[in-house]
Design a protein around this ligand. Sequence first.
Ligand SMILES: C[S@@+](CC[C@H](N)C(=O)[O-])C[C@H]1O[C@@H](n2cnc3c(N)ncnc32)[C@H](O)[C@@H]1O
Length: 315
Amino acid sequence: MTSSTSPNEAKRSFSNFYAEPTPHGYLLEMNRLGYQIAEQARQYCVTAAEILAEENPGWPIRMLDVGCSYGIGSAFVKYGCTFEELASFFSYRAPEDYAACTAAMRMWLNVVPPKIEMGVVGLDVAENAVKFAVDSGLLDCGIVKNLESEELSEDEIAWISGCNLLICTGAIGYIGENSFDRILPHLGSSRTDSSGPAAVMTVLRMFDIAEVESAFNRVGMEVRKVPGVRLPQRGFADDEEMQGVLSVLAEKGIDPEGWESHGVYYADLYVAAMPELVGKLVESMMKSDNERSLFASHVAVASAKSPNELTLPVE
Ligand SMILES: C[S@@+](CC[C@H](N)C(=O)[O-])C[C@H]1O[C@@H](n2cnc3c(N)ncnc32)[C@H](O)[C@@H]1O
C-alpha cells in the first residue's frame, strides 16, 4: 500500500451487495463484519427528530436518508429495530423470493408500530436497494441518483423540500460536496418550520468533512462535530484493508491507537443546522451520549479482537 492511497481505495467496496434485489447477502456480510454504525447513530437521529418536533409543534418530521441502501436508517430510526433483529429476520424468516420478501417485511412493519411518527425519503445510487426499501414499506419515496454527477428532477426536489431531518450514516466519502450542493438548497424549503432543517452525519475518521461543511455553509447552516462521541462502524474486512486504512490515517496525522488499531473503523458524529439551533443540537447529543451506558462503545473496542467479536451497544 503506497502513501498515495486514497481513503476510498483503502476501504472495501460492497456495491455488489447493494445490487442484489433483497438485503439477505448484504446483512449476512455486515453481520460477519460487526457492522453497527447505523444502529450506533440511531439515538442521535432520534434526539434530532425530538428537538425538531419540540421546536415546531404540530409539524410532522420527514427524514431524508442520504445513502439509504435498503432503508436501514428507517428501520432503525423510525421503527426502532436493532441490527440483530434485522439480521435474524433476513437469516431465518424472510424468503429470498422478491415478492414474498417484501410482503414479509411489510407484514413485520405492520406489527411493529413506528417508534417515531415520520415520513422517510431515501436517496441512494443503488437502484435495487432503493426499490426494495420502497416496496417493503421502509421508505415513502426513493430517489435513485448519483448526485455527484446528476441533477435532481422537479419531483425529487419536491420530496426533498418537504424533509426537515437529513441523516447520512456510513456514506460520506462516497457522497460528497456535489451531492450536498444539490440537496441542501431544497431541504425543508416547502416547510414553515421556524427552526429550519437539521442534519446528523457520521464520518469515518479517515475522511475529511471540510468540503461537505462548505456546502452546508453556503445555505447558511453550521456544521459542528459533537465532542466526546466516537462511534464504531464495523470491523475491517481483512488485514489488507486494515493496513490500508492505518496508512491513510498515518498520512493524515491521525493516531489510531486505542481506536482503529483494534481492527475497527471509527466515525465521528457531526450535526448541522441554522446557527440558532446548532448549539442546542450539540448539547442534546452530548447529554444523550452521557445518558446511555458509558461503556457501550468502549466494550466494543476492548473486545474487538476480531470483527465477529464486536458487541452491539447496551441500551
Ligand atoms: C456503507 S453504505 C451505508 C448505508 C446506510 N446508510 C447505513 O448506515 O447502513 C453506503 C451507501 O452509500 C451509497 N452510495 C455510494 N455512493 C453514492 C452516491 N454517489 N450517491 C448516492 N449513494 C451512494 C451506497 O450505494 C450505499 O448504499
